[in-house]
Write a protein of this length. Sequence first.
Length: 547
Amino acid sequence: MPLLITQATQPYPGQRPGTSGLRKKVSVFQQPRYLDNFVQALFDVLPDASGQTLVVGGDGRYHNRVAIQTILRMAAAKGYACVLVGQGGILSTPAVSALIRHHGASGGIVLSASHNPGGPEGDFGIKYNIGNGGPAPESVTEAIYRRSLEVNTLHSLDSPDLPLDTLGRHTLHHTEVEVIDPVANYAELMRGLFDFDAIRALFASGFRLRYDAMNAVGGPYAKALLEGELGAPAGTVVNAVPLEDFGGLHPDPNPVNATDLVEHMARPDAPDMGAASDGDADRNMILGRHFAVSPSDSLAVLAAHATRVPGYARGLQGVARSMPTSTAVDRVARRLGIPCFETPTGWKFFGNLLDAGRATLCGEESYGTGSDHVREKDGVWAVLFWLNLIAATGQSVPELVQALWRTDGRCFYSRHDYEGIASERAEALMQGLREQLPSLPGRALTELPGQTIALADDFAYTDPVDGSVSQRQGVRIVLSDGSRLVFRLSGTGTEGATLRLYLERHEADPARHGLDAQLALAPLIALAETLARVRHFTGMEQPSVTT
Ligand code: VG1
Ligand code: CO
């Protein structure tokens, strides 16, 4: 099996620093040596791989299989002792994280564009996770990016594709490639965290769940655990087989994309709980009968009741949320007397807090929750956590959320996404806001009589563990009553720019405003328009997605 050294045709810029991996249209990844260029940049930056293990897997989307064969050859040329690859090329993002940690691997490569659409016309993506199981920090992604601009030699093997559909071991050059069961290690980790007997008894008592895996990678995990082990009736997990184009679904689990699930949960005979996960199964959406749980509230509920779950019975060291996520979990942390950290958007910022034992649970408003069991957010874990809480407390999904509101008040919350805007227009909007920041504090608001702007800044984060600083993480405007507006541009889109406007308003009396968050947030939406001229810059009358 001769080593193959070829010249890179041109240096393709890799993942831009500050983004979640390299995400592009499939057609971009199909260019000759495009993926190879990124993988070579990564391997050039990493130290010697002899004696090391690498984990490789993806969410099964179109191009996954081709990419994995390329990576296996290049990993063998790099000199890894061992590469673990999921059967069929399948591994969820949290499963990769768990495997890296379990096997003491030096890192892993995740092939996914997460919640972005898949298929030949859709998106593909690749990212590197480090030895703690989490996304590479900015220092590493920056080094890969710089290297991607100057890669000139690609190291690979002249070898046939490996059969990935059957479990087994192969030798590639001097590297042992093991094709592993994608679910087994992850399932073992879940058994150690949750009270499986209690969840089994819950299903045995007739509790009904509908889990929509959206034809993405969560399916095999949910099916094996819920139907295979916990006794949920067959058919509990729907859209359970990962398809290369997700069967045309957009596996971003929110009420806009998971319409079929939302419709089932609104029926008179709706199941007790609904759940969905995204392309790579790190996100989760939780629904009750005729009831949607806001992701920020979900994090707060999990934190409030964590000691009811065996894996967290000793209590939480602390909690962490991304800056745009609502402050519901802050109130729970205050009650519990534990620290609450506020980080920039993106899971990589939680890694140091989890490693240092300063936070146990983390979450983001974008349907992501997780804990120190891995270093990624984890969709299936979140569903098991909710099931465990329902079994332990005897309360339904809406009852758990409404109890939170009664104790802490309710954070009305919404995110408005303006997708596919011209990048210059989006930058101009942000620039306009930044220029106003110094003049805003103290301003009285006509939209909200009696209120003033208490704080206006561009969020900067100093990592409390390693002291690294991340600037310009989103413009936030906080009012005298604690209401917030946050503006930031997405780092995960592949077409133009996406503006995200996050709105939050806390009400001590949860009965005010009824259930309609948009109504409760209307004055803040008007204020956002005044300050940022959203319609003018986006050219859109309405957000393209409201969650
Ligand atoms: C979005 C979300 C963010 C999440 C990121 C990756 O980023 O807002 O909270 O961490 O996606 O999620 P952005 O930059 O587009 O707002 V995914 O499921 O890659 O797993
Ligand atoms: Co994801």
